[in-house]
Structure formats: structure tokens, C-alpha cells
Write a protein that binds this ligand. Structure first.
Ligand SMILES: *Cc1c(COP(=O)(O)O)cnc(C)c1O
Length: 240
């Protein structure tokens, strides 16, 4: 059990309840719509969440964390219990160097430039970095990620980078998306998987508002912040 500050007791109870509800809902969607042995990973999205609460969630069984901001992550990471961490937020090329030896996957790759820098630094550090290509499925100006029309070209470029391993696709569908958007992503994922092979195994799709729908439509990894940790209110910083 994590050492929580005394005033965190209620919060811990909420976390336990949230976690149970989420596991129940994911399992329900799986039983209804998926094969029994399909794996759906639950990621805790920890932006603005303080380390003691993150550690409490690790104690509950969350073994994968998602971080959005390099600075915030670097300031918190030494306080975490052991867990895997993926970068899921918009990442500036000049910040890759700070996380190349820290995270096990970068999910938010939407350009050749960023992929190239990850490849360069991975080579330099004698490692391979797993990545996902982020798709801007709603073609929203406010969102990062590659447009659907540009996906094939980016995949081709990334495929020849020796120190980058393309593991799948990530997306943040527009708020209020209907099922067809999720199904389109799923279809895209299966099409690419058929070409690229079984190591292309990750469809990172589904957030607090839509994770059951995402699980229904083939997601292998849901990224949950609010549904797990409650509304983000601790630190309010938006870094771009
Ligand atoms: C914040 C964030 C999430 C989690 O959002 P919630 O709606 O709070 O679950 C998931 N993915 C990305 C990329 C995020 O930035």
C-alpha cells in the first residue's frame, strides 16, 4: 500500500471504486463483443496526478502509466513505484533526448521528423524504441497526429528506421464520435497489421468518455485519466 497523506483516505476509496468499475466495464465489453483471450491493457493517464496517488493505483494493479508532458514526468518519475511508462502527449523533437532512456513506448508519433529524431537517439543509445503512429482521425486542426491520407507514407518512412519499432496505431477520436469512427480505426489497424505482421499489435484507442465503445471496436489499450483518478484539479498546467 502506498503511503498516502491522511487527507487522501477518501481519495483512495474513490480510486478503488473507480478501478473496480473500469475493470467491470472493460470485461463486460470484452465478453459481449470480443474473443475471450483478447488482451485489453488498462493504462493510467497520470498527467497532473501526484505520485502518492499514482503509486496507490500501481498497488491496485495498474502496471502501465501514460504521461503527456516531459517536464512534469521528469519531476515525478523518481517517486514512482515500478511501472512501465509510455509518452502519449504531443512531443517536441528537442525533448526526445530527455525520455529516450525513460519510457518504453512513444505513442504520439505523427511526423517523420519526430520519428527520425527518436531513431537517431535510439541508435546513439544502443536501443530500439517502440512507437505508435498517432492518427488524427477527425482531421481536427487542434489535434496532432498524421492525417489518414498521409498514413501510408509515414509508415513507409518509419519502416526503414532501424532503431524504431512500429507497434501500432494511436488515436484520440473527436469528442462525441459515433461507432463508425472507432470501426474505421479498427479496420485501418487490421489492414496495416495484415501487411506489417504480428508485432504490429497495439491499437491505443479509448479514453474516459468512450473506452467501452473502443473496446467493442478492437482497442488493445485504453488510456484512462478522469475515469480512474477523478477530474484533474491538482496542478493545472498545459504544455504544448
Ligand atoms: C489526457 C489524455 C487521456 C486521458 O483522458 P481522460 O479523458 O481523462 O481519460 C488519454 N490520452 C491522451 C493522449 C491524453 O492526453
Amino acid at each position: 500500500m502506498a503511503n498516502l497523506a491522511p487527507d487522501r483516505t477518501d481519495f483512495y476509496e474513490m480510486l478503488v471504486e473507480n478501478y473496480k468499475t473500469i475493470c467491470y466495464n472493460i470485461n463486460n465489453a470484452k465478453v459481449k463483443y470480443r474473443k475471450p483471450d483478447d488482451n485489453v491493457l488498462l493504462m493510467g493517464v497520470t498527467k497532473t496526478v501526484p505520485p502518492d496517488i499514482i503509486n496507490a493505483s500501481i498497488d491496485l494493479g495498474i502496471s502501465l502509466l501514460g504521461e503527456n508532458r516531459v517536464q512534469e514526468y521528469l519531476s515525478k518519475k523518481d517517486f514512482y513505484k515500478p511501472a512501465q511508462v509510455h509518452m502519449i502527449g504531443h512531443l517536441q523533437t528537442n525533448k526526445v533526448k530527455y525520455i529516450i532512456n525513460e519510457v518504453s513506448m512513444i505513442q504520439s508519433v505523427g511526423s517523420e521528423k519526430l520519428a527520425g529524431e527518436i531513431n537517431r537517439l535510439a541508435l546513439k543509445n544502443n536501443k530500439t524504441m517502440d512507437i505508435l503512429v498517432e492518427i488524427n482521425i477527425g482531421s481536427e486542426l487542434s489535434k496532432s497526429g498524421v492525417l489518414l491520407e498521409e498514413l501510408d507514407e509515414l509508415i513507409e518512412k518509419v519502416s526503414v528506421m532501424p532503431a524504431v519499432k512500429l507497434r501500432g496505431l494511436m488515436t484520440i477520436p473527436p469528442v462525441g464520435s459515433k461507432e463508425d469512427v472507432f470501426e474505421k480505426m479498427h479496420g485501418m489497424f487490421l489492414e496495416k497489421k495484415a501487411k506489417l505482421g504480428d508485432s504490429f499489435d497495439t491499437l491505443s484507442m479509448g479514453m474516459s468518455g468512450d473506452y467501452e465503445l473502443a473496446v467493442k471496436h478492437g482497442s488493445t489499450l485504453v488510456r484512462l485519466g478522469t475515469a480512474l483518478y477523478g477530474a484533474r484539479k491538482y496542478i493545472n498546467t498545459e504544455e504544448k
